[in-house]
Design a protein around this ligand. Sequence first.
Ligand code: ACO
Length: 344
Amino acid sequence: MAYEIVATGMAVPPRRVSNDELAQKLDTSDEWIRSHTGIGNRHIADEHTAASDLAVQAAQSALHMLVERDPSLGGSYEAAVQSLDMVVVATATPDFYGFPSTACLVQDRLGAHRAGAVDVVAGCTAFIYALETAAGMLALKDSRRRALVIGAEILSKVTNWQDRSTCVLFGDGAGAVILEKTDAPTKGQGRRGLLRSILGSDGSGGEHLILRRGGSRNPYRAGETLDLPPVIEMNGRAVYNFAVKAVTDTIDALLTEEGISVEDLAWIVPHQANARIVQAAAKRFGIPEEKFFLNIEEYANTSAASIPIALDEMNRSGKLHRGDLILMVGFGAGLTYGGNLLIW
Ligand code: ACO
């Protein structure tokens, strides 16, 4: 059996905030942000929008693509929705902490009555984990055929907008893919789908990127007034150093395990956290930077959403061709890291 991405979708809030706009309220500049991160803009949700809202929009867009691509659905969007066996949402900014899961909210809003639903939490690596999780769930039962896998984040609501060292980095968005179990070959000529993944963690670095308040370790107390909502606290330098090593080690390990070289890859799709992390990884492998797909200039770091947003942009702009070998690689809070290797 092969596990193939057969449709993609994405959604970002309409409000686009440039570096110059941030610099009007904050001691920063377009020059600093671009030169240190590669970020030029980010899309920011309004106060009424939650992660599930963007997740549903991205999912609908992927489902419409599925309808166009799968003749057995007879052009029916409703049939596409009812063909879903699982809804998996990768997010660090769920609508509600704990429960209900954002995946259940999405399942309900789509009306995917046959589908199980679960959230995956692994910081910015969560989409990499979610893809492998979804493939595993499809593999374990014959009757499960399709999973909707979404990365969705509203980071703007857990960002300290007075902290220039973090708030310039993040944006809101969602990306979705439909993962299908098919009988395409998994070996030799014409093979397709997910080939292998690496999922790693180093929990000793948890303090370097943390949402400290609101969980069972630091619950809110009666009568307490908060100066700030729970916000991202980050040791940027520690995360940067971890990220460069995680990205290079993961690329290295996936290539070695598969017995291929970097020249065999059509694309590397990295988590979009900082263009400088990508440049450092490219230098280490002697890879042309053009092999890495980057859209961080437009969306900033959308955490678990960044890789599926990138996939959808690449797919819709004709950058992905059947048979292309693609390596996705991510890192993030936890600390976590990982990668997926797949043939489009
Ligand atoms: N504008 C202007 N100056 C700034 C800004 C800003 N927005 N932010 C920081 N500075 C200043 C600092 O105050 C410091 O000034 P000082 O020397 O006078 O003290 C100077 O710039 C350098 O600061 P550094 O933190 O050393 O800057 P660095 O080059 O390390 O870049 C950055 C910081 C961009 C955050 C980098 O460390 C980074 O990208 N780290 C990885 C972060 C990341 O990827 N996080 C997401 C992980 S994924 C997830 O799960 C959410």
